[in-house]
Write a new protein. Sequence first.
Length: 309
Amino acid sequence: MIRRARDRAPNPSNASNQQIANYYRDCEDEFFKVCDEELERVNFFFDEKLAEARRKYATLMIQMTSHHQPRDRESGTSIYPSMHDVPHSRGDLKRLRLASSEFYLSLIILQNYQSLNLTGFRKICKKYDKHLKSIAGNKWFQTYALNAPFTEDYELRRLIVGMEDLYTQHLANGDRSKAMQQLRVPPLGHKTPSTIIFCAGLFLGLFIVSSIICVISCILGRVLLAPFFYVRFSDFWLADQLISLVYCLVDHYQLGRFYVRYYSKREDAFDFEPDYVVAVIRCLPAWFRMAQSLRRYWEDDKKEVHLQE
């Protein structure tokens, strides 16, 4: 909007001073109308989240204070009947800590929202004054933005400090350093270490490869026991691939046989003549495919199709 207003400004050589003044006044009205709308939207969102934070804070304060309230020794129940639904088990205490941490994080995010929007209004007003040679942007910022409800941080800071005190007193046994460590929030600009990224990528790759191997192993098991299982498309596909890889399988076998004989210092280490294992390797893929066809011939009514296979 600011750039468009600057680019479309009338040329002083072709327009009168009154026309130029009217143009910039219209641009100013349009710009500050948008700023007012955005300011109202930010204020509404901030007030809504602040009211929600007050309600959550009151609820957590009741739960934390009642967690340490005295209990009747004989019955084991609270001496305050109105607080009968507060958590006392270890699981409830864990959930209370988790809820407190999440609430504290929401307060920090709301505080960041407050500062980022104030910085945004300041920069846009400064940019407006710079490009349009005006001081109206700074005046609007001083008059409206700095006095807006979302810039008042007293209530928000009170909730943050109160949450820290509550957590320290009721969930950290009075140890404030421990409480702040558990409530610690990483900064928004915090960069993840490269070692963590590398390890995450490495383990993700291993997981994907392992998953593929597991899937292929399951299918391969069905191929090896083809006559005893229902034949699916994936079984047919893998059996066809094995037929195509017969020569490759034979080469791998001969390579492994060579290294075994070589390190065993046998005289026939360099003998690459086929043996009975090569014959078995060459026959197995064809047998798997034939067993699949026999199984489908047995189960299917259309016998001639499987005879052609």
